[in-house]
Design a protein around this ligand. Structure first.
Ligand SMILES: NC(=O)c1ccc[n+]([C@@H]2O[C@H](COP(=O)([O-])OP(=O)(O)OC[C@H]3O[C@@H](n4cnc5c(N)ncnc54)[C@H](OP(=O)(O)O)[C@@H]3O)[C@@H](O)[C@H]2O)c1
Length: 297
């Protein structure tokens, strides 16, 4: 592929888990315009609009991997969380609609209340916390504005060496012989590289190879998580098994570990739609975790 043929992608949130993995997954074949907090604070809607409208080029695609992800803090910072997860998303979607380019955005299993253990894309959301509510509003804003869009709902995202459950467990194991972990909340841990590689595959094999009208036929919400499911306690046990750490993990009910934000009990996302639509396989969460630890640990 010569340089002139390379498509340009603006990625918001390149310092985050998914944003960073997207840069790794996409840089070989595309021209990435990375945007982080250093370039713009997306909670300043006016500055975001100015930034978008002042690019020298019109990109071929925008990916938004930025978000307000501090689930517990969000219960107090409601307005800020709403601006970042909803209002700024609306601005990005409008820009994409006006420029007639596709928009990729990420959302969450926390749009659901967790009464079901196998959510498909047509199930009705009912978020339990502020983070989930604002993420749902962001999804709805995109759908209303209706650029050609791909909303990938994911869950329990981790990457090595970042602020997440995996790092918290590895850190705790350095100072403790026994760890208590909640065992009555179920979901699917998903490595940010899995999300990024599948996103890159869809971009390179569909979005950038088909005509705009054809891509529009693929528009919509897709669950994008690893295969399989677990609870936080069994997830912790797997982390220690794969990292060769000898430590006792004791399961406790979530009632014994109260958090400011309510979390869904069963928020397992069904991945049949993305697998069938794009003809792909998705790794089991245990295999992805093993690979992540193998790659970085
Ligand atoms: N993490 C999870 O467990 C999880 C679960 C389900 C869905 N998701 C969704 O997956 C997507 C990616 O999540 P992630 O885990 O990669 O999140 P992350 O690691 O928290 O990254 C979010 C990024 O957004 C940036 N950001 C936040 N506020 C900003 C602001 N005001 N201005 C500019 N940038 C700002 C952050 O910048 P700084 O680095 O400068 O703070 C960070 O780089 C999000 O849509 C999230 O809702 C995540």
């Amino acid at each position: 592929m010569n340089h002139k043929m390379r498509k340009s992608i603006i990625i918001f949130g390149v310092n985050g888990q998914v944003g960073h993995s997207l840069v790794l997954a996409l840089h070989s074949y595309t021209n990435i315009i990375p945007i982080s907090r250093k370039n713009v604070d997306i909670s300043d809607i006016d500055k975001l609009s100015i930034l978008l409208n002042n690019f020298d080029i019109i990109p071929d695609l925008i990916i938004n991997a930025s978000a307000y992800t501090a689930v517990d803090k969000a219960e107090k910072e409601i307005d800020l969380c709403n601006i970042i997860n909803n209002k700024s998303v609306e601005i990005m979607a409008l820009y994409c609609k006006n420029k007639n380019i596709p928009f990729i955005h990420y959302s969450t299993d926390y749009v659901f209340d967790g009464d079901n253990s196998n959510y498909t894309e047509i199930d009705i959301p009912n978020p339990l916390n502020i983070y989930g509510k604002t993420k749902l509003l962001g999804e709805q804003a995109i759908q209303e504005i209706n650029p050609t869009h791909f909303i990938f709902r994911t869950s329990w995202v981790y990457d090595f060496g970042r602020t997440n459950f995996l790092s918290a467990m590895l850190k705790l194991s350095q100072s403790k012989d026994e760890i208590k972990v909640v065992n009555d909340q179920f979901g699917t841990p998903t490595w940010s590289m899995t999300i990024a590689n599948i996103t890159a595959y869809i971009i390179n094999s569909y979005i950038f190879t088909k005509k705009h009208d054809q891509i529009k036929d693929y528009s919509g919400i897709y669950n994008l998580v690893s295969e399989g499911d677990t609870n936080w306690c069994d997830y912790a046990k797997k982390i220690f098994e794969y990292a060769n750490i000898n430590i006792k993990v004791v399961g406790i009910p979530s009632l014994e570990y109260p958090m400011p934000a309510k979390r869904p009990k069963y928020s397992i996302l069904n991945v049949e739609k993305i697998k069938k639509t794009f003809n792909i396989d998705i790794p089991m969460w245990e295999d992805a975790l093993k690979c992540c630890l193998y790659a970085y640990n």
